[in-house]
Design a protein around this ligand. Structure first.
Ligand SMILES: [Mn+2]
Length: 245
């Protein structure tokens, strides 16, 4: 089996919410590890993650320990950064044995081709402001300047504030399946020139299993509300499921 989750937003929300999300995520990883060949984490696993040198945000020891446990069992653990956790510096590979993919990926499992992307920068070709913002966010040089100019504690403080605001604004517009349409359009165009059996996207915080002819897109939900995930079975069928503890 291959499992997919995104938008867990660990550390997000108020104290009790963050505790519940962590508890669910650890339990889900345990359950998935029972029969997983691979587990693919498609971004925004953390509400805010920023590594500066070898400094990492505190409060995630249990999660990192669980990642180590999973990879020690020989399960491939793949991480595709999202817009809340793209500032990596090797911790996940070095200390947890994970594989990090910084761009959308086309995986092959059980003879099926699965396109996985967080989904935050897919349809920005005609949007200059978003392109600029995206380039700034991902620029190594700007990040280095920022790291030198701002104490690490302040970066985390700022990031947590920004993440909370970003989640709130997301929350206000997410109530309809329409938010997933741009990603479905992207998938349709991509599938016109590539063989893909299933698409898996995160980012929109709206769980949806969409089929149109041969096109199949699965949109993962957001975990501070309900823990949605997708699973690919050995027959190559991909389904969207809700995790029940
Ligand atoms: Mn998210």
């Amino acid at each position: 089996m291959v499992y997919f989750a995104s938008d867990v937003h660990l550390g997000g929300g108020d104290g009790p919410t963050a505790c519940r999300t962590e508890r669910r995520f650890l339990a889900w990883l345990d359950r998935a590890a029972g029969d997983a060949e691979a587990i693919c984490l498609a971004g925004d696993i953390f509400d805010f993650w920023f590594e500066a040198g070898d400094r990492i945000p505190d409060g995630f020891d249990r999660v990192l320990e669980k990642f180590r446990e999973v990879t020690a069992r020989g399960i491939e653990l793949i991480f595709l950064p999202g817009n809340h956790d793209m500032w990596l510096n090797g911790c996940f590979e070095r200390t947890c044995g994970m594989r990090v993919c910084t761009s959308p990926q086309l995986f092959e499992f059980y003879g099926k081709r699965i396109f996985v992307a967080h989904g935050d920068n897919m349809n920005i070709a005609g949007k200059p402001f978003l392109r600029l913002l995206n380039a700034c966010f991902r620029s190594r040089n700007l990040r280095r300047v920022f790291e030198r100019a701002v104490p690490y504690g302040r970066i985390l403080q700022f990031g947590r504030w920004w993440s909370a605001g970003s989640r709130r604004s997301h929350g206000e517009v997410k109530c309809s399946a329409a938010v997933t349409e741009p990603l479905i359009d992207y998938a349709r165009r991509y599938a016109a020139t590539h063989r893909v059996d299933h698409f898996v996207f995160g980012h929109m915080h709206f769980p949806r299993d969409y089929r149109d002819g041969a096109l199949h897109t699965v949109h993962l939900g957001e975990w501070t509300e309900d823990p949605w995930y997708a699973v690919l079975n050995e027959r190559g069928e991909l389904t969207l499921e809700k995790f029940e503890l």
